[in-house]
Design a protein around this ligand. Structure first.
Ligand code: JA2
Length: 292
């Protein structure tokens, strides 16, 4: 351990570790589910760490939050009811509220400490909670979805941490089946889907499960997030049987400047071109993901 530096060492990415220079540790706690830490970095703003894994930094969180939200919501004409699983930081909520068509936003986060810490240390991220359309449920997303009436949501966004830890079940088949049931025909799911550099095997399994469960379209998109392992992170975009969804060509643009929300904060990362580009894959990933 180098004094004054945080290194993200994990068996999920053996032999490598992204490091950030630490100015000051701002919070350390242990919730019922995981270790929670916040530190002031020298060059990436404040950083949220769960069980030693970087979840977000102030400098690059826009890339992840904007892409995981607008890739699904800009792919359907008129999203009204949206469910967020995980995402206790509130960043996805902030992005969902940009869509004026949205009437109801449910969020189910298992760890209340993540919500409280985000509100205290990441107010520009947790601003998402201020919107009156948002309803926060503290609990397990697996149980929450079992209780949801069939066909309730237009979109479900699974903003999970990694498969090792509290989010493990959110990567498994039964959970995807419960999401498919909770979606209306032609509804969409977008999940945090790891790195094509590090996790092709996990992605292969997720894609196989999604092809069996989601009878509309199944696509993988990816983007750059400098502080995530290997500097990239991906998303599974799937739709249920029903009105076809073409994820690669957004029907509901959000980069119009009239679409805004309380924070009046402009989009920093997402736009319609980067939306389409996100689905272009390197050959080694295409071979696995688009295998016919
Ligand atoms: N190793 C990549 C980790 C990606 C983490 C994405 C993420 N960031 C989060 C912040 C709060 C709650 C859930 C979250 N899920």
């Amino acid at each position: 351990v180098i004094p004054g530096w945080f290194s993200e060492i994990s068996p999920m990415w053996p032999g490598e570790a992204h490091s950030l220079k630490v100015e000051k540790i701002l919070f350390q706690g242990k919730s019922d589910y995981q270790n929670v830490m916040v530190f002031q970095s020298s060059t990436y703003g404040k950083v949220l760490v769960l069980d030693g894994v970087i979840q977000l930094t102030e400098r690059d969180e826009c890339a992840y939050q904007e892409m995981i939200t607008h890739l699904p919501l800009c792919s359907i004409p008129n999203p009204k009811k949206v469910l967020v699983i995980g995402g206790g930081d509130g960043g996805v909520l902030r992005e969902v509220t940009r869509h004026s068509s949205v009437e109801q936003i449910d969020i189910c986060e298992i760890d209340k400490m993540v919500v409280d810490v985000s509100k205290q240390f990441f107010p520009d991220v947790a601003v998402g909670y201020d919107d009156p359309r948002v309803k926060l449920h503290i609990g397990d997303g697996v149980a929450f979805l079992k209780a949801v009436p069939e066909g309730t949501y237009d979109a479900v966004i699974v903003d999970s941490s990694d498969p090792i830890g509290p989010a493990q079940e959110l990567f498994e088949k039964p959970f995807f089946e419960s999401v498919a049931k909770a979606l209306r025909p032609g509804g969409v799911i977008c999940t945090q889907a790891e790195s094509i550099w590090l996790h092709m095997h996990i992605i292969e399994d997720i894609v196989a499960n999604c092809r069996q469960i989601f009878k509309g379209s199944v696509n993988y998109a990816w983007t750059t997030v400098p502080t995530y392992p290997s500097g990239v992170i991906g998303f599974m975009l799937c739709s249920t049987e029903g009105p076809p969804v073409d994820f690669k060509h957004p029907v509901n643009p959000v980069d119009r400047d009239d679409i805004c929300c309380k924070s009046k904060r402009p989009l920093k990362f997402y736009n319609s071109e980067i939306h389409s580009a996100a689905f272009c894959l390197p050959s080694f990933a295409k071979k696995v993901i688009e295998a016919k």
